[in-house]
Design a protein around this ligand. Structure first.
Ligand code: FES
Length: 201
């Protein structure tokens, strides 16, 4: 079951968007203040509350104001328009104009599953996507590099090809990580995994 459809002004083909939205995507580090992120054209607010990270649509459910324009206290993030406050699980926990009324459930944020900073926008409850395995991320023998996001004016397939096509390393990347004299590609064997293929090179 998909909980979400592509956002307004989405620049992806709808089918592409849904395919990508079912996968886990890596976001960023998070504090208690409302922080903005855009994932697959979806505007998101991210905050940390009591060790829990919440990722939700950046829309106050009351009058639609972006929550990233707001601020926070120790109990959650606060919408700047009427002061509604949202805490754990994106639940509204304060309506300043009616403090004695029970908070209606429809005032909760539309939030998404998140693992540390991995987010899945359209979880399929019947066939949940697995988090990508990254066994070397905590391996001291490997260097961990977090690249900043950047726009590529080209097809996604070409971008993927650039990562897989190791024969260009000696020619294009000799000023950074590659060795210009090491031009030959030794044989290597792709291994099928639950999410695709893995290759050691
Ligand atoms: S629009 Fe968010 S509290 Fe009014």
């Amino acid at each position: 079951m998909n909980l979400l459809t592509p956002p307004a002004n989405c620049t992806f083909e709808p089918d592409d968007w849904l395919r990508l939205a079912r996968c886990w995507q890596r976001l960023c580090d998070v504090g208690p203040a409302p922080m903005k992120a855009v994932l697959l054209d979806e505007q998101l607010v991210i905050y940390r509350i009591n060790q829990q990270i919440v990722v939700a649509k950046d829309v106050c459910p009351y009058r639609g104001v972006p929550l990233t324009l707001g601020f926070h206290d120790e109990h959650g993030i606060i919408c700047p328009y009427h002061g509604l406050r949202f805490g754990e699980d994106g639940r509204c926990n304060r309506i300043p104009s009616s403090p004695d009324q029970p908070v209606p459930a429809k005032l909760n944020l539309i939030s998404f599953p998140v693992e540390l900073v991995w987010v899945c926008l359209a979880p399929d409850v019947d066939d949940p996507a697995e988090l990508p395995a990254m066994p070397h991320w905590v391996d001291d023998g490997f260097q961990q590099i977090t690249c900043p996001p950047f726009d590529v004016a080209g097809l996604a397939g070409r971008q993927v090809e650039g990562f897989l096509d190791v024969a260009h390393f000696a020619w294009v990347h000799s000023k950074t990580f590659a060795d210009a004299s090491n031009q030959q590609v030794p044989p290597y064997n792709p291994v099928e995994t639950p999410n695709g293929f893995a290759v050691d090179y």
